[in-house]
Design a protein around this ligand. Sequence first.
Ligand code: GSH
Length: 200
Amino acid sequence: MNSDITIYGSGGNRAARVVWTVNELGLDVTYRHYDGMIGSDELRQFHPQAKVPAAQIHGLALFESAAICQHLCDITPGNTLLAASGTNARSLHAQWVLFAQSEIEAYLWHNFQLGRMDPDNEHSQKVREANLQLAEAGLQVLEQHLSAQPFLLGDSFSLADIIVGWTVNWGRKAGLLEARPELHEYLSRLFARPHTALQW
Ligand SMILES: N[C@@H](CCC(=O)N[C@@H](CS)C(=O)NCC(=O)O)C(=O)O
């Protein structure tokens, strides 16, 4: 069942979410990564923008890191990372993943894009400052939430921590965690996990 999975991408980028999920689940997969793969025709077969991560899972071509991780959990019997569809825990998982992607990660990603397109543009610098404030507002919600519990869904580590934790770590790299001790502690818990794929 597990032998027919290929993951495109590696390293500290969003492919790390998939690598971490694979390792937590103990799956047997093939990784494919080489210089020039991003943007290549080969990758475009599995991702319309030829980005990473992408995956081929038992014949299903799939992109978006969160979707790939969720599918891997859903097809792994007895997994303890992701609750079944229709449960409260599954909806809370969706809530935190979507929140982090739309209220934090989108702003950090926009800044990354502005930085590489036209780093010295005065207007884009103002937009970048506004984006940082918006990302901080999202991080502050997580700071408060995680002051009451060790992981996003409660006492147990789950897939939400893999996906959202990667975003929080990006916030740390962007210098947005300095006044957020709960998020520092949270990241320490995630870095301490044996299968973590987060990079400092
Ligand atoms: N929302 C997508 C983002 C995919 C994405 O932007 N991947 C980056 C690496 S983290 C990439 O391939 N970038 C190539 C580029 O922008 O040219 C996901 O979570 O998978």
